[in-house]
Design a protein around this ligand. Structure first.
Ligand SMILES: [Zn+2]
Length: 321
């Protein structure tokens, strides 16, 4: 049983586990805050074992770049150990993450080994159409790096397979410059990752199409492609989400990502983007040390917590009596 302050309603009460979780209103001094869980909308856990050197985006994560060379020459046990460590941190700090698994069917099978509980919501990246058909059976959908890196007709065919099977189709766009954005929009994806370098017209078009747009602030800053102007526009968009991107660049903890964001973006929109989950609702308990300002409650919580302060994540509904 936990004595909690429910952040959404402002009520205090007991959170009790009794054939599922129940909230019962009571006037009390809370020990914990009950709040919506973070949803990490973009991760790559496969490169967790690598320490990223400070080289350009293209040379680090581009096709045949440093990351893929490292993955190629490293034994499976080391890669798996890194993946498990990243998945464990995601499990302790977010309801789930939208994981962009690379390396075709082999890469996806490795992920399945690393995450037997299926904590992450993992998308696969097929290398050809035959793999796409197989991966449609195994994964939550497809992810691709950029329209620059693949033939457009292949992407279209993968998109059609995803649509037919009611799976997710997601793609990176507008990270380095705006040149891959129009083609990405023509694919009508469910999720667009980055868009930090998209121009105003492209950003508007994506928002009119109601596509989820995911910003990865620390990753953009690492690569020198940070663009406050676009984040400010996106922070007013209902379908804006936040992700932590490559585990070798930034910890896969949304607490760390949002803390960085809170240095230059308004806390309430960051909180909304960090907890917006297009798949399901879930809640978490955060240790509460009574210095919260009720007028600015979301801001205070975000600024103060560390990943280790999250006591529990309830990946289920709470009944309220
Ligand atoms: Zn990415």
């Amino acid at each position: 049983m936990f004595r909690v302050l429910d952040l959404e309603s402002g009520e205090t009460g007991y959170l009790i586990e009794d054939n599922g979780w129940k909230f019962e209103h009571a006037d009390l001094d809370p020990d914990y805050i009950l709040m919506p869980s973070f949803f990490n909308a973009h991760t790559h856990v496969g490169d967790s074992f690598i320490e990223a050197p400070r080289i350009s985006l293209e040379r680090l994560v581009g096709p045949n770049g440093y990351k893929f060379k490292k993955l190629h020459e490293t034994d499976e046990r080391t890669i798996l150990r890194g993946m498990k460590k990243a998945i464990d941190l995601i499990k302790r700090t977010s309801s789930t993450s939208l994981e962009f698994r690379e390396g075709g069917i082999d890469g996806y099978r490795l992920y399945m080994k690393a995450d037997p509980e299926r904590i992450l919501t993992a998308l696969s990246r097929p290398l050809n159409l035959e793999e796409a058909e197989m991966l449609a059976e195994l994964s939550g959908g497809f992810n691709f790096s950029s329209t620059r890196d693949h033939s457009f007709s292949f992407l279209e065919e993968c998109r059609d397979i995803a649509r037919k099977r009611k799976l997710i189709f997601a793609i990176h766009a507008g990270e380095v410059n705006e040149k891959d954005v129009d083609a990405a929009l023509n694919l009508e994806p469910d999720f667009l990752i980055h868009m930090n370098r998209a121009d105003g017209k492209q950003l508007r078009r994506a928002m009119d199409m109601e596509i989820y747009i995911v910003s990865c602030l620390r990753s953009n800053a690492f690569f020198g492609v940070f663009n406050l102007k676009n984040y400010r526009i996106l922070s007013e968009y209902e379908r804006w989400l936040i992700g932590t991107d490559n585990a070798m660049i930034a910890t896969p903890s949304m607490v760390d990502e949002l803390k960085f964001g809170s240095c230059f973006l308004e806390c309430e929109s960051l909180f909304r983007a960090g907890t917006g989950n297009p798949f399901f609702d879930s809640h978490m308990l955060v240790r509460y040390d009574k210095i919260i300002d009720p007028e600015k409650i979301t801001c205070s919580v975000i600024r103060r917590i560390e990943s280790c302060d999250i006591k529990l994540i309830l990946r289920e509904n709470i009944s309220r009596g």
